[in-house]
Design a binder for this molecule. Structure first.
Ligand code: DAH
Length: 338
């Protein structure tokens, strides 16, 4: 019996020392110390041991338990350490490897231009306003003082959804919506999509405009000029030449067309500017009293100015793009240049 206990003890200790991982160690523990383990088995057999031998055997079993327990503890520690080291080795990061660059996207040139325009006018105190792209002809034409026979109303020029409902042809429609809701002073810009039946190298059926409107007491034409010249300088540089010339729009009186000097020929005349030296960038003018009447503003009390420009056109002039369709083909070789 004594020898048996010694053997179990030696065997258990040896196996624990040899255990390769914690799972194996645990099964060894169960094998010797578990409920059905070798040592427990011996304790169970104590009833067959003579009473005088019992204390001796009991002591031996307890000693064996203790020895095996110690072997278990040190094996556990050894194997934990081993696992930890293996884990660290597996997760080792080579910090000398060069990083991988994620491919970066960027904003479309039209978005860049739109944001630039917005930020310039924000700097002059304008707020951004919006309106619907599907518009009724009251806002798109009537309230803007466009007579019933105006050619832009024709369905060969504008895209109607049903009678009197169309895709807006100009962001000017939002002027009316803003003034209906808000008392003066008003200082807004309206970036947005507009739609016309037009398609060639300088026109697409959908394009973007930015409308501007300022209304208050004592707003004069010189305020319009000051704001727009500041815009030109910020957008195209301090040395950019500009020209205001008379024009006509139903919703402004007087109206002015604004041109900048042709970049290609430095305003001396070439094919890009049809020999004039000038390229038109926007339409503008003092708000027509008829427009104020439509929104219940008193034209005797307030005055204002408005302007409208095409974002595609400004982008093309700024970067020397000669075909508007390039802006919509989404060819990366083109887009990556901006
Ligand atoms: N709506 C005009 C267009 O689409 C642009 C324009 C001209 C807007 C004069 C204005 C303005 O507000 O005063 O061609």
């Amino acid at each position: 019996m004594e020898q048996k206990i010694k053997n179990i003890e030696a065997e258990a200790v040896e196996q624990m020392k040899a255990a390769g991982d914690l799972r194996e160690l645990d099964s060894i523990r169960v094998k010797y110390l578990g409920k059905k383990g070798a040592l427990t088995e011996i304790l169970r057999g104590m009833k067959d041991v003579s009473p005088e031998d019992r204390p001796v055997i009991g002591k031996l079993v307890n000693e064996a338990k203790e020895t095996i327990g110690k072997a278990l503890d040190s094996a556990t520690e050894r194997l934990r350490k081993k696992e930890q080291e293996a884990k660290l080795a597996a997760e080792h990061i080579d910090i000398t490897l060069p990083g991988r660059h994620p491919a970066l996207g960027k904003k479309h040139p039209l978005t860049q231009t739109r944001n630039e325009i917005i930020s310039i006018f924000r700097g002059m105190g304008f707020q951004v306003a919006n309106g619907p792209e599907i518009e009724i002809d009251y806002y798109n034409f009537d309230a803007l003082n466009m007579p019933e026979h105006h050619p832009a109303r024709d369905d060969r020029d504008s895209m109607y959804i049903t009678d009197g409902v169309l895709l807006r042809t100009e962001t000017s429609a939002v002027q009316i919506r803003v003034m209906e809701k808000q008392k003066p002073p008003v200082r807004v810009i309206v970036p947005g999509k507009v739609y016309r039946r037009d398609a060639d190298i300088t026109h697409t059926p959908m394009f973007h405009q930015v409308e501007g409107l300022m209304v208050d007491k004592h707003i004069r034409f010189s305020d319009l000029k000051g704001v727009l010249v500041s815009f030109i300088h910020q957008m195209f540089g301090k040395n950019m030449k500009y020209r205001f010339s008379p024009d006509f729009f139903p919703f402004t009186e007087p109206s002015a067309q604004v041109c900048i000097g042709c970049k290609v020929c430095n305003a001396s005349g070439c094919s890009t500017c049809s020999g004039t030296g000038w390229l038109e960038i926007l339409g503008s003018g003092s708000v027509d009293p008829e427009v104020f009447k439509a929104v219940n503003y008193d034209p005797e009390e307030v005055t204002g100015f408005a302007f409208g420009m095409g974002i595609e056109r400004i982008t093309m002039l700024k970067y020397g793009i000669d075909d508007i369709r390039l802006l919509f083909e989404n060819d990366l070789r083109f887009l990556q240049q901006f």
